[in-house]
Design a protein around this ligand. Structure first.
Ligand code: ADP
Ligand code: MG
Length: 251
């Protein structure tokens, strides 16, 4: 019998390298290291915040973890290679929602995508899927806008739609990329409270990228600091502003 894996994710020597500037970008030594040998273990059910200045590599790391970005090194999800795990186990709420706002899709349909992420696109949409979507809409407080086209909703409602899609998927690991981006200060706080409620309810493992340390919630136990493509500190969620200063995270 194989042992139960200890970690939700084990990241070893993860690097993402892109060609550097034209005309010598492809020559050895001229490439751009976006992430440089990242080593990180995510414990099951723990809330992690990933902080770093703009351009530090936060979004790239999240994209690598959900298979949207190729990388070297290895990532194991609950003990299995990322390439071999079912994608539905990882939920991802991107920094910039790339959905075409002119696409004639309702909020309900956008949230339903979470069910296709869970079950694949070839399965019929069943009553249990409709129930999961309805529940996700209710938990995120957007039932009242479910029939609105996604092009007509506000930025805050769009973030909630993205969150509801992830909840409908019922993942075990959730990656949030700057979930409060483009919201006004009160909406940022409200949105974080909502994430906190959902994290406590579903006990998923969470990795949230943010450049704003004031928005790290108190349910977050660990903070990972990225600077110049590397993890410079993994620490408990205490005195983060002081530690960020010490490690020059924003300078
Ligand atoms: N496809 C790409 N090609 C070249 N450079 C990229 C690409 N994607 C991201 N980068 C660069 O990698 C760095 C890290 O980007 P990103 O992960 O978005 O940072 P963060 O989310 O921390 O702001 C940035 O300098 C960005 O311009
Ligand atoms: Mg980013």
């Amino acid at each position: 019998m194989s042992a139960t894996p200890t970690f939700a994710a084990e990241i070893k020597n993860l690097s993402v390298i892109c060609p550097g500037k034209f005309p010598f970008g492809n020559l050895p030594g001229c490439e751009k290291k976006i992430l440089d040998r990242i080593n990180l273990n995510l414990e099951k059910g723990v809330f992690y915040s990933l902080i770093g200045a703009n351009g530090a590599g936060k979004s790239t790391l999240l994209k690598a973890l959900c298979g949207l970005r190729s990388f070297s090194g290895s990532v194991k999800i609950f003990g299995r290679d990322l390439k071999k795990v079912k994608r539905n186990i990882i939920g991802y709420s991107p920094q910039n929602d790339a959905s075409d706002k002119n696409c004639p899709v309702s909020v309900y349909e956008a949230v339903s995508v979470g069910r296709f992420a869970k079950n694949g696109i070839f399965r019929k949409f069943l009553q249990e899927d409709a129930n999961a979507v309805q529940k996700a809409l209710a938990l995120t407080g957007i039932e009242n806008i479910k029939n609105m086209p996604i092009g007509a909703i506000s930025g805050g409602e769009a973030r909630k739609t993205s969150l509801a899609r992830v909840i409908a998927q019922q993942p075990e690991i959730v990656l949030f990329d700057e979930p409060q981006a483009n919201l006004d200060p009160q909406s940022k706080q409200d949105f974080m409270s909502l994430i906190k409620v959902l994290y406590k309810k579903f006990a998923f493992t969470c990795l949230m990228a943010t450049h704003d340390i004031d928005l790290i919630p108190d349910c977050c136990s660990k903070v990972i600091m990225l600077k110049n493509s590397k993890i410079v500190l993994e620490t408990d969620n205490e005195n983060i502003a002081k530690k960020a200063k010490e490690y020059n995270i924003y300078s």
